[in-house]
Design a protein around this ligand. Structure first.
Ligand code: GUN
Length: 303
């Protein structure tokens, strides 16, 4: 943003009402694009992309997530193969399954739903998946690829945030981006993807002192802290783009993000709601990555 325009933005004045970014609509557009890509693969190569999903244990939340992922995959024409294990399954059984799925030319994406029971070392499992089928983008190869700007698969939630901004026509190069939350799944990859697009990036986390001194500088504020109501109106610059990745269930049962939506909407230029903002994008990007994997497979990309 030009300095003069920015000064105008910062002048005390009337509040604005943010445009609410509709993740459901963008997600539907992406799924329509995915349907076209699946059709193209079927017509050109006679291949239907296939996602293998491994679920271990009886966590209700994980069961719901996995069901949603498989349903969404099938809805755009993908095949899905579920592998469900009791929580006390021996580690070797799961590693052996991953080895077989890595070798299976009919499987294009492998996802192990997290968290895992205590007998598993999460990295032993995630790093066993071939980077070429790691559609979650959690393998070290893909994480390292993000650092140098040459990844095969980007993690689905931050990838979804990038797509939301792109669909909304929000420029990233040269912007001050502040990411609140430094998890391996969202915050860290988000920061790397923003750096790759020439943003100036700050990462804040649970031990950051005086969070507001950083958030107030953000042209684009991305919050993935898992703390309901963490970001208040006075912590946000007028005209900022605010992306809320948080999904928190209040004791009342209501689902809310990390941002005080009502207050911050009066000051931001764009804001994502919870639910209905980033959430629907995550599954869409998983499908996107699985199709990309099948397309790469067809063009014989080596890893
Ligand atoms: N558990 C919570 N989020 C995720 C995710 O994005 N991928 C996997 N595999 N497990 C999760």
């Amino acid at each position: 943003m030009a300095a003069a325009a920015r000064l105008l933005e910062l002048r005390p004045g009337r509040d604005m009402t943010a445009v609410v970014i509709d993740g459901k609509t963008v997600s539907q557009k992406i799924r329509a694009e995915c349907r076209g890509r699946v059709k193209g693969l079927q017509e050109t190569h006679g291949v239907t992309p296939c996602l293998a999903v491994i679920l271990i244990g009886d966590s209700h939340a994980s069961q719901v997530y996995v069901r949603n992922k498989m349903r969404a995959a099938e809805d755009v024409g993908l095949l899905s193969r579920p592998f469900i294990f009791d929580r006390d399954v021996p580690v070797a059984i799961v590693l052996d399954l991953i080895d077989r799925l890595n070798q299976d030319p009919d499987v294009h994406g492998i996802l192990v739903q997290l968290p895992l029971p205590p007998q598993f070392n999460i990295y032993t499992v995630l790093h066993r998946i071939s980077p070429a089928k790691d559609v979650d983008g959690f393998h070290l190869y893909n994480v390292g690829g993000l650092v140098v700007g040459d990844t095969i698969f980007s993690p689905c939630t931050p990838f979804g945030v990038m797509k939301l901004l792109e669909h909304q026509g929000i420029e990233i190069a040269g912007q001050n981006v502040v990411v609140v939350g430094a998890s391996n799944i969202v915050g860290k990859p988000m920061a790397l993807m923003m750096m790759q697009q020439d943003a100036t990036v700050t990462i804040c986390h649970a031990r950051t002192r005086d969070l507001a001194q950083f958030t107030i500088l953000a042209d684009i504020l991305i919050v993935a802290a898992g703390v309901p109501g963490l970001i208040l109106k006075q912590m946000v610059r007028r005209g900022a783009v605010v992306i809320d990745v948080g999904i928190n269930r209040l004791p009342s049962g209501k689902i809310v993000g990390d941002v005080d939506f009502e207050g911050v909407s009066e000051k931001a230029s764009f804001i994502t709601p919870v639910p209905g903002g980033v959430g629907p994008m995550t599954v869409s990007m998983l499908i996107w990555n699985t199709i990309t994997s099948a397309e790469r497979h067809m063009t014989m990309h080596p890893v």
